[in-house]
Design a protein around this ligand. Structure first.
Ligand code: MRU
Length: 350
């Protein structure tokens, strides 16, 4: 994968004094990198979806905590640690569903458990944030390789939301096999659901894949069943925000619909996700907190009101696909299938 000569965009770049962040709200019209200089900038960027996608949220929050640590003026280690915990909790409050956010922040806090002075803690935290980013890039490459093994030349594959390079350190999860296939001259066609209400599919997935020369066709979400039938879709692949111990998977709203369609059309439904997206501490999907976002995401399109003033709105950002609808969870360690609860338990107890 690293030898490809096409563009694979990056969303989070550490610049020592600040985080350079691709503003995903403005893609595809404008490619702009923001300078996040404070922990508040980082919280706002995550909350307002300037950066989104579970692994990218985790990486950005990790660098956010590193920024906060570097800017700490505490005189004693005790007050440094107290303030750091407050910054950790603040960043953790930016979004509730993607477990990578909490996983990354807790990994940073755990990295300084044995540390006893401020300078060493600052260095350790930054190194851990850099390690999270570097590992994620490798993990996504591996996911891409495993995912490619379930596809063959000529396949037509549907996806939703954006689980691509800009949702991770690089390459993506559900989109990684398409970059890899391009490199190997394997022809895969992607059908991208637009992903109402925030349009990650229409704006981001098409933008990424077109730059890499991947054959991608945009459809609206309500065209999925007709498209699966009329275009002979061979598989569906999606990313994940949190996977429970039994394999129930939270991902962008609309994912559950696609899993039901895959079952109705008897085609495989795959989830592609790193181990950092699993939450083995929770037994099933009922325990996954589902973010509900502002009603204006639905009542307005590009700032123009399209629904009656005062209409009641329900705007969950994610849904949970039950394990029984998932043919395989594609991780960096291989593909989990069959009894997902058992497969996850043996993976995490290794
Ligand atoms: O609300 P978003 O855009 O953060 O939702 C993102 C998704 O649902 C992705 O599919 C998921 O985070 C995986 S990204 C590799």
């Amino acid at each position: 994968m690293p030898t490809q000569n096409f563009v694979i965009p990056r969303s989070v770049i550490w610049k020592e004094e600040y985080i350079s962040l691709l503003n995903q709200q403005k893609i595809p019209q404008v490619t702009e990198y923001l300078e996040l200089r404070t922990v508040e900038d980082v919280w706002e960027a995550i909350q307002s979806l300037k950066v989104r996608g579970a692994p990218a949220i985790g990486i950005t929050a990790a660098y956010g905590l590193a920024l906060a640590a570097n800017q700490e003026l505490s005189q004693t280690y005790e007050s440094f640690l107290n303030n750091l915990k407050k910054h950790r909790d603040y960043l953790a409050s930016s979004r509730p569903t993607a477990v990578n956010l909490f996983w990354a922040l807790d990994r940073l806090m755990n990295s300084i458990k044995e540390v006893t002075n401020i300078d060493e803690a600052k260095k350790t935290i930054l190194n851990e944030a850099k390690a999270i980013e570097a590992e994620d890039e490798k993990v996504c490459q591996s996911i891409g390789e495993h995912a490619l093994s379930v596809f063959k030349d000529g396949d037509r594959i549907m996806t939703i939301c954006n689980a691509g390079s800009i949702a991770t350190a690089k390459y993506g999860t559900a989109l990684a096999p398409f970059y890899l296939a391009k490199e190997k001259n394997i022809n895969l066609s992607v059908y991208a659901c637009e992903t109402r209400p925030v349009l990650q599919g229409a704006r981001l997935t098409t933008w990424e894949l077109m730059q890499a020369g991947v054959d991608v066709t945009l459809i609206t979400d309500n065209m999925a069943a007709h498209t699966i039938k009329s275009k002979n879709i061979t598989a569906i692949i999606v990313g994940a925000d949190r996977i429970a111990a039994n394999g129930d998977t939270a991902n962008k709203i609309g994912t559950f619909n696609l899993a039901l369609l895959a079952s109705a059309f008897n085609i495989p439904f795959y989830v592609a996700a790193p181990l950092s997206t699993f939450d083995p501490a929770i037994t099933d999907g009922n325990q996954i907190p589902i973010e509900e976002r502002h009603s204006e995401e639905i009542t307005h399109i590009h700032g123009v009101q399209v629904a009656p003033e005062g209409v009641k709105v329900f705007n969950p950002a994610f849904d949970v696909t039950p394990n029984k609808l998932i043919a395989g969870i594609i991780t960096e360690k291989g593909i989990l299938s069959g009894d997902l609860k058992e497969a996850i338990s043996s993976l995490f107890n290794k």
